[in-house]
Write a protein that binds this ligand. Structure first.
Ligand code: HEC
Length: 411
């Protein structure tokens, strides 16, 4: 079997299709896993924000219950201030920003931004309200681009808070000194929303890791994908394309040379192997048929050669293809001269013979075929010789051949 290179057609098309399908699959998988990771990260970020907030609220509640006069000496012990300080220490070095805000703020630093103000206005009375969302822009008080996770949990005033957030009259001196009578930070009642813990974290910081994961993931998966595609292409080429190509070029060769002796070796016993053995069987069958035909032709030739009467076999167009010795003697020519000439040039009533052949094709029979008629044939010198002629038809490979048996009339 000679080495045949398949044309790039099938394999390229196959490669393109499988690459596209795999690529789509691979991108979908990568994206969906990226989305899942994003969702997980968001969830854990919200959890973190919640924990930080709870920690602030608990610290502040504890201080509010335990401490009343101490803040006179040190403002750092004001429950809200202390809780924020502790939370600030805890989140130091992380990307989390923590604030406590109030619509009726005492410290202008605690003035809510629009998102915080909106949530606070919506949450008037009752249970604490937890809200989170991913917003455009940097966390409050920071500059930068991208998205930010905003988390807010509202706080309600309890009895202990009213020491300093209740009426002006009952507030400690240090509070009264800083915030005069009528300041909007007085006058809270138990259960009223007094403010909120607000936590913010830039999404960019959260997604940094999974972005890097996605990138290395893409590299690895891309490499695996490439290897996979190359491997499939190679396997398909070896197991299907090369054998199929061998069969097809085998058929082309046979069509060109007519040599049925060619056989291919099957490399496998799968469907492709079956194709190869079918090809071999077909070739064997054709070879057998050709030998048979050649033998029967040979027999025919031998048979007419020994016949006592001159016989010429010709095609529908009159071309003489087989002759015997007696015929050659009758026409006064050698076999190699006679073969290839036209029977019509030898017969006197050529019109009638033409007609007979036409009739045979149109009607399936004719008066000259199968019946003996008296004719005159011309020999090489132009002498006319009377003969009794009978024509028989034989079908060989779809084309009829006509054999004229000529019997010379003894004078
Ligand atoms: C000992 C007095 C005192 C007590 C008790 C107290 N606070 Fe305050 N609170 C203050 C002062 C003073 C500020 C202003 C701090 C500053 O200057 O940053 C403040 C600020 C706040 C703020 C920030 C908004 C603003 O007004 O600037 C919130 C929210 C708050 N307190 C809630 C509470 C809650 C809830 C309680 C009860 C659990 C409570 N506080 C108990 C004195 C007190």
């Amino acid at each position: 079997m000679k080495l045949i290179r398949p044309r790039t057609g099938v394999i390229t098309r196959l490669n393109i299709i499988s690459s596209l399908l795999l690529l789509a699959l691979f991108v979908t998988l990568a994206l969906s896993s990226y989305r899942r990771e994003q969702a997980l990260i968001l969830k854990s970020a919200v959890n973190n924000a919640r924990t930080i907030s709870r920690q602030i609220i608990e610290t502040r509640d504890y201080l509010s219950r335990q401490i009343t006069r101490e803040p006179q000496q040190s403002g750092a012990l004001i429950p809200q201030v202390a809780a924020s300080q502790i939370a600030g220490q805890l989140t130091k070095g992380s990307e989390f920003y923590v604030r406590q805000v109030s619509l009726r703020y005492r410290n202008p630093d605690n003035r809510p931004d629009s998102f915080e103000a909106e949530t606070l206005k919506e949450a008037s009375h009752g249970a604490s309200r937890e809200v989170w969302k991913v917003a455009d822009g940097a966390p409050p008080g920071r500059t930068g681009e991208g998205k930010t996770l905003r988390y807010l949990i509202t706080m309600t005033a309890e009895e202990s808070c009213l020491t300093c957030h209740g009426s002006y009259e009952s507030a400690p001196d240090f509070v009264r000194k800083r915030f005069p009578k009528g300041h909007f930070s007085y006058g809270y009642r138990v259960g009223e929303v007094i403010g909120a813990v607000s936590v913010a974290v830039p999404m960019q910081a959260l997604y940094r890791d999974i972005g890097a994961n996605l990138k290395t993931g893409l590299y690895y998966e891309g490499a695996v994908l490439l290897i996979f595609i190359a491997l499939t292409a190679w396997i398909i080429r070896r197991t299907i394309l090369l054998p199929v190509k061998a069969v097809s070029s085998g058929i082309t060769d046979v069509a060109r040379t007519g040599d049925f002796s060619r056989r291919l070796t099957a490399q496998s016993d799968d469907e492709v192997g079956e194709l190869v053995s079918s090809f071999n069987e077909l070739m064997a069958e054709l070879e057998r048929k050709t030998i048979q035909r050649r033998e029967s032709e040979e027999r025919y030739r031998n048979f007419i050669e020994i016949a006592q009467s001159p016989i010429v076999t010709f095609m529908a167009d009159g071309k003489i293809v087989i002759s015997n010795q007696k015929a050659e003697r009758l026409f006064g020519m050698e076999k190699k001269e006679l073969l290839g000439l036209s029977i019509f040039d030898f017969i006197e009533d050529r019109e009638r013979l033409h007609q007979a052949i036409d009739d045979y094709f149109s009607a399936g029979s004719s008066d000259l075929i199968g019946t003996t008629t008296r004719q005159k044939v011309r020999d090489v010198c132009g002498k006319m010789v009377p003969v009794d002629m009978v024509i028989s038809v034989s079908q060989s490979e779809q084309t009829p051949m006509f054999s004229a048996i000529l019997r010379t009339i003894p004078r």
